[in-house]
Design a protein around this ligand. Structure first.
Ligand SMILES: Cc1cc2nc3c(=O)[nH]c(=O)nc-3n(C[C@H](O)[C@H](O)[C@H](O)COP(=O)(O)OP(=O)(O)OC[C@H]3O[C@@H](n4cnc5c(N)ncnc54)[C@H](O)[C@@H]3O)c2cc1C
Length: 154
């Protein structure tokens, strides 16, 4: 009996795309950590455990002046922030669990930009554009040049 060799199975290249998402539920996990449950329509979402999506801070009107100010200070464009899915791929809704970064005077260089908004101000019905999905098995590079800090989300 012949078997298909593993190397002959070419995985379909996942296409990264923008999706319009609506916050369907907001779950306060801890005082500084919130899970946002996102509805993206009825299309099947193709991601795997460990994959992440990105959220561009430029899309939020309430952050406009803050984004411009930080871009002037840092001398570069603010990149999209990545969030790992905390939902399972078979679930109808996607979820991300965000921990709010803090500004600690004398320690942190800049005030955090996006996580305070996602943790404290994203109410049910909020719409946002997300881009996904990507992960360590993808060929796309990480959106930011610092690593995933697991201890941040405990
Ligand atoms: C693959 C991946 C998955 C992730 N998944 C999650 C997740 O599931 N949940 C989650 O909560 N987070 C996750 N993150 C982190 C997330 O992407 C954001 O970095 C986090 O929410 C902070 O974003 P922010 O805009 O609030 O803060 P930022 O504005 O990015 O600031 C964060 C810190 O970096 C410092 N900083 C910012 N810019 C500079 C600079 N130019 N020089 C020096 N210091 C600087 C700030 O002072 C601050 O202390 C993930 C990151 C990656 C790469």
């Amino acid at each position: 009996m012949s078997q298909t060799p593993v190397h002959a199975v070419t995985p379909e290249r996942r296409r990264i795309k923008e999706l319009e998402a609506m916050v369907a539920d907001v779950i306060r996990e801890t005082p500084d950590t919130t899970t946002l449950v996102l509805f993206t329509g009825n299309e099947r979402l193709e991601y795997e455990a460990g994959h992440f999506l990105t959220v561009d801070p430029h899309q939020f009107e309430g952050l406009e002046r803050f984004v411009s100010f930080l871009e002037d200070l840092k001398g570069k464009k603010e990149p999209p922030r990545a969030y790992s899915m905390s939902s399972a791929p078979h679930e109808r809704y996607i979820a991300i669990t965000v921990k709010e970064e803090r500004y600690i005077s004398g320690t942190t260089k800049y005030p955090p930009l996006l996580s305070p908004l996602l943790v404290r101000r994203a109410a049910r019905g909020t719409r946002m554009i997300i881009t996904g999905f990507s992960g360590s098995f993808e060929t796309l590079s990480m959106p930011r040049n610092h690593g995933f800090r697991a201890h941040d989300y405990q």
